[in-house]
Design a protein around this ligand. Structure first.
Ligand code: AHR
Length: 500
């Protein structure tokens, strides 16, 4: 099969925000206890942090990690997780015992070791603006006031300078502790935003948008929140977990179409509210939970049996899931104009890129799209015009076999191209042409592929789904990439020069 991707550096969606390659770490299952934090394990350092996990995280190059939830945050009192007296409590969201031995200070320390920045979520379920502002004081102020003094005494003389804050989590969901109506949440979030920004005017704030497109209040919830909070927030959150419950690989591989639709929905809504308010302020999308999740989702996964660090929600990922993750990233890059922050949910053990065993870590298939894209996507997001054969993708109708995004670094003149082949059995020869520049060197291509969509990495075969060197060449003025069936390709370091 053959396909063409046409690009022009003048036709772009603006700068790609590196924060779109961030992750999410929640207190749930073995994410913290037995995951990032495992005191007594030979692989852990003097602070109880697993060094192999830190190493694996570094490979993801995540600029931010969102913490501590998720559903967990909506009944969490951060004050129980700092200082010398830690109070264990029963976690309402996942029915586990939270010992509180890992809290805000440990997370900050972990972020430093990994080389990432914290994105903190505050509890707007069972707590409110006062406690949220207290956490901003604890983290960011250098004052002679109670919580700032507590931080100095507990852990750190200098403030943590946390820049990104989520105003609660999925407050539209009846499952959420302290769930309230959109109107009530919007007022609570606005009050919290004002108090928090009163503590530190430099912070950026994310209001909780819809927890998914399946929600009956989808967009209506977001509209209410945006209309009330517009001037007080910087982002509205969106979440999605994709599934292949029907076991229909071609249909599942068309998932990028739905992600595009969601982003279009938000683009329209943001433009509408901005127009309504006659505002010069912009609010962007923080897609702070996205992944594939359906196999380990219900029943026992919701119930940790009041254990500390129970085995819960440990989804095993395969090749087709990785190809869907790559399509999330393509969609985010294409909509660089409105998407400035996203988090792969999650990163350790629970619906995670990395699994831990007593003796080491296993990188799941979904690790690789994020790892490859985060280093390669730099600069402007070029808007691709894809000409590829179409196929019938169940209720997603006629979908092109090739999904693409591209970035262009204005400083170096280098191009990077990100491709997914939705065909299960046919490779595609993709010709990438720039209208205003010539490709002069093909750079490097890495692919992730296999002959079975259900192929997974296992402890005995840890590299079944992993990057391999691919093939590309320069043909005239264009780049040609051999895109394998059931595969993705990342072409980087593609040198270009102005067309003469
Ligand atoms: O990531 C797992 C859960 O999914 C989060 O706690 C919640 O926000 C979402 O429903």
């Amino acid at each position: 099969m053959e396909a063409t991707v046409r690009l022009d550096t003048a036709y772009n969606a603006g700068q790609i925000d590196p924060r779109i390659f961030s992750g999410f770490l929640e207190h749930i299952g073995r994410s913290i206890y037995g995951g990032v934090y495992d005191p007594g394990n030979d692989l852990s350092d003097e602070d109880g942090m697993r060094l192999d996990v830190i190493e694996a995280m570094r490979g993801l190059n995540m600029p931010y990690v969102r913490y501590p939830g998720g559903n967990f945050v909506s009944n969490y009192d951060w004050r129980d997780g700092v200082g010398s007296e830690r109070k264990p409590f029963p976690d309402f969201a996942w029915r586990a015992t939270e010992p509180n031995t890992f809290g805000t200070d440990e997370f900050m320390k972990w972020c430093r070791k990994v080389g990432t920045e914290p994105m903190m979520a505050v509890n707007l379920g069972t707590l409110g603006p006062t406690e949220a502002a207290g956490l901003v004081e604890y983290c960011n102020l250098d004052t002679e006031t109670h919580y700032a003094q507590q931080r100095r005494k507990n852990a750190s003389q200098s403030p943590y300078d946390v820049k990104l804050w989520c105003l609660g989590n999925e407050m539209d969901g009846p499952w959420q502790a302290g769930h309230i109506s959109a109107e009530q949440y919007a007022l609570k979030a606005r009050n919290a935003a004002r108090l928090m920004r009163g503590m530190d005017p430099s912070i950026e704030l994310v209001a909780a948008g819809s927890s998914g497109r399946h929600m009956p209040t989808y967009l209506e919830w977001d509209r209410t929140v945006l209309e009330t909070c517009w001037d007080d927030i910087d982002f509205i959150s969106a979440h999605r977990y994709s599934n292949n419950k029907e076991n229909d690989t071609p249909g599942f591989l068309a998932e990028g179409v739905v992600i595009d639709n969601i982003l279009n929905d938000y683009a329209g809504l943001l433009a509408y509210v901005k127009g309504l308010k006659k505002s010069s302020h912009d609010v962007y999308v923080s897609f702070d939970e996205w992944n594939v999740w359906y196999r380990e989702r219900d029943g026992k996964n919701r119930d940790g049996g009041w254990q500390v660090g129970p085995v819960q929600v440990e989804e095993v990922y395969n090749l087709e899931d990785a190809l869907v993750c790559a399509q999330y990233l393509n969609a985010f890059i294409r909509r660089a104009d409105i998407v400035k922050m996203t988090c792969l949910a999650q990163i350790v053990n629970v619906i995670a890129a990395v699994l831990t065993g007593p003796d080491g870590t296993l990188k799941q298939s979904i690790y690789y799209p994020s790892a490859l894209y985060a280093v390669a996507a730099k600069g402007l997001s070029l808007t691709p015009v894809v000409s590829a054969p179409l196929y019938d993708a169940s209720d997603r109708e006629r979908v092109p076999y090739v999904d693409a995004s591209a970035s262009y670094d204005e400083e170096t003149g280098e191009l990077a191209v990100f491709l997914v082949n939705r065909s299960v059995d046919e490779q595609v020869r993709v010709r990438i042409e720039l209208d205003d520049r010539d490709v002069i060197r093909s750079g490097k291509v890495q692919t992730v592929t296999g002959d079975d969509p259900k192929l997974s990495n296992t402890w005995s075969n840890p590299n079944a789904v992993a990057p391999q060197d691919g093939h590309s060449s320069v043909d005239g003025r264009a780049l040609v990439v051999e895109l394998p069936a059931l595969g993705m390709a990342v072409a980087t370091g593609v040198e270009t020069e102005p067309r003469t």
